[in-house]
Design a protein around this ligand. Structure first.
Ligand code: 9D3
Length: 244
């Protein structure tokens, strides 16, 4: 996967690329990413990248020329998906992350101010993505979210332990509770089953906790799943409806 990022504040993005999984997959040549300052494609002596909106109103708009020039310079094979991060985009999901991770070349455009000139969207943007219904001050942090999510699903990103650990159904559920030593902390005990060494029982307990927690906090996630009778029975007991 090759990725190019166009931003007015590249310094928000660059340091995060030198940490953890993102650093590892770049070192392993699984992922090649470069972050560019859109100002590098401004043509006047003041390096202007924005201008006033036609029709008036507050806020500035990113000019078309630097964006067209930057994408032309970076999309040399003409095979890149051009992704614009915008509150008006398709909400980001794990399946969209997985689909994008199969692309060979992504060019991310991070907006600032009121956004970009509409003609850039019409002519060169192929995909518009939002990371959720809240207001950020620009696209850089949204791009970082997308980069991080894509990076960790690329081949070789997760160690054997991490990838083997995920069993088939746990992917669509919230996590079960986790504990580490000590077995008792200030009177709070780790559930007995986890200390038992009984792997089948532990697996069942974790699955049950994941189902209950998902029902409690994110019932919308269960709508898409076909629950077994045993799983449905877990959700009937009244204690799950109030506590947790
Ligand atoms: C308050 C101004 N908004 C009027 C409807 C427009 C607006 C423009 C630009 C709001 C935020 C932004 C900057 N945000 C992004 O560039 C952005 C974003 C976001 O704010 N939320 C979720 N996903 C994304 S992706 C890019």
């Amino acid at each position: 996967m090759k990725m190019d990022v166009l931003a007015l504040f590249p310094e928000i993005i660059a340091p995060a690329l030198q940490t953890g999984i993102l650093r590892r997959i770049q070192d392993a040549d699984r992922f090649s990413i470069n972050v560019y300052n859109l100002r590098d494609w401004a043509t006047d002596k003041h390096k202007t990248v924005d201008d006033y909106p036609y029709g008036g109103g507050a806020g500035m708009i990113l000019k078309p020329e630097p964006l067209f020039a930057a994408v032309a310079a970076l999309n040399t094979e003409s095979d890149a998906q051009i992704v614009y991060l915008t509150p008006q985009g398709t909400p980001l999901t794990q399946s969209l992350v997985e689909a994008l991770s199969l692309e060979s070349h992504l060019i991310l455009i991070c907006g600032r101010y009121k956004g970009i000139d509409e003609r850039v969207r019409q002519k060169i943007v192929t995909t518009e993505i939002s990371i959720g219904d809240y207001v950020l001050s620009g696209g850089e942090i949204a791009a970082l979210v997308l980069i991080d999510a894509i990076g960790r699903v690329l081949p070789g990103a997760l160690g054997d332990f991490e990838s083997a650990h995920e069993d088939s159904f746990s992917q669509d559920l919230l996590d079960h509770p986790h504990y580490t030593r000590p077995a008792e902390y200030e009177g709070m005990k780790v559930p007995e089953v986890l200390l038992s060494g009984h792997h089948e029982k532990i697996k069942e307990w974790r699955h049950a906790e994941a189902i209950k927690r998902t029902a409690q906090r994110r019932p919308d996630l269960l709508q898409n799943l076909e629950l077994t009778d045993e799983e449905l029975a877990l959700l009937q007991t009244s204690e799950n409806k109030s506590s947790c």
